[in-house]
Design a binder for this molecule. Sequence first.
Ligand SMILES: Nc1ncnc2c1ncn2[C@@H]1O[C@H](COP(=O)(O)OP(=O)(O)OP(=O)(O)O)[C@@H](O)[C@H]1O
Length: 312
Amino acid sequence: MTTQAGIEVDGLRKRFGATQALDGMSFTVRPGRVTGFVGPNGAGKSTTMRVVLGLDAPDAGRALVGGRPYRALAEPLCRLGSLLDAGALQPSRSARNHLLWLAHTQGLPAPRVDQVLVRVGLAEVARRRAGGFSLGMRQRLGIAAALLGDPPALMLDEPFNGLDPEGIRWIRALLASLAADGRAVLVSTHLMSELEGVADHLVVVGRGRVVADTGVRELLAGVAGGRVTLRTAAPLAAVEVLAPAGATVQPTGPETLTVTGLPGEAIVARLMEAGVPFAELAAHRANLEEAYLELTRDAVQYRGSVEQEVER
Ligand SMILES: Nc1ncnc2c1ncn2[C@@H]1O[C@H](COP(=O)(O)OP(=O)(O)OP(=O)(O)O)[C@@H](O)[C@H]1O
């Protein structure tokens, strides 16, 4: 694997007729982590990936793989593995023959085919016609093709599509292990929940540009923001004790309060000092979906304006 393994997208612009599909898209996919590429349908994710692969020419900007344009790479499959459309295969060919053909066109050794078939869990069905494969099996075959050249960078467009929960768990584990190998992994999805527990970094996009570019740990820490749910028979007394200590307290039920701005330990200490009884105290850990909603709150405004345009 090369050291310059990442993918760089810099100021991409692309218009299709009246649609500005990419409007200054810029981000970097670094080695050793899974970068989630997230945004609603039509945000420009697939177009970005097509530009990286040289399948669409940008109106402006550039995309580099390991420091070079994809089309300038001597052994592209050994530099960047990609899954764009899992349906794109010759249905009468067996999975193994599909990969053998691909390996042959790229000058890759045949034994590599059997290695990747094992890695994606298709070894037992390798000689069956790919045309009879379920969508999940096709996704696995597409990933096998992406892994064929043992590339330091991978780019997968909606790899969770059509997978059952077991398939989703499997892809998450695979992505994590590919990043642990030191590879740069970019995974697009329009469903944030699919990236739960696997993405290290997020590039959130909307309307052809990056809305947020952030580490997942920082994002979750910021959103969790020390929100604590408190159950107490004396809510008024609790407010009187906690508010002067700097907490923001909101009633969420007859005997429940949501407390922000004060860590759980400090809340316990204050309540006990003041002799305020409480039955339950739960620190809330944000999930990725909530963090995403908070990040994209501004997009609600955008959605509103789109609806108005449609109504007009
Ligand atoms: N070949 C094309 N011709 C015309 N418009 C296109 C073409 N490709 C993409 N677009 C438009 O560009 C915008 C961005 O599309 P793109 O497929 O990149 O978004 P996306 O984020 O990948 O969404 P999805 O998850 O729906 O694929 C959309 O409005 C889409 O309709």
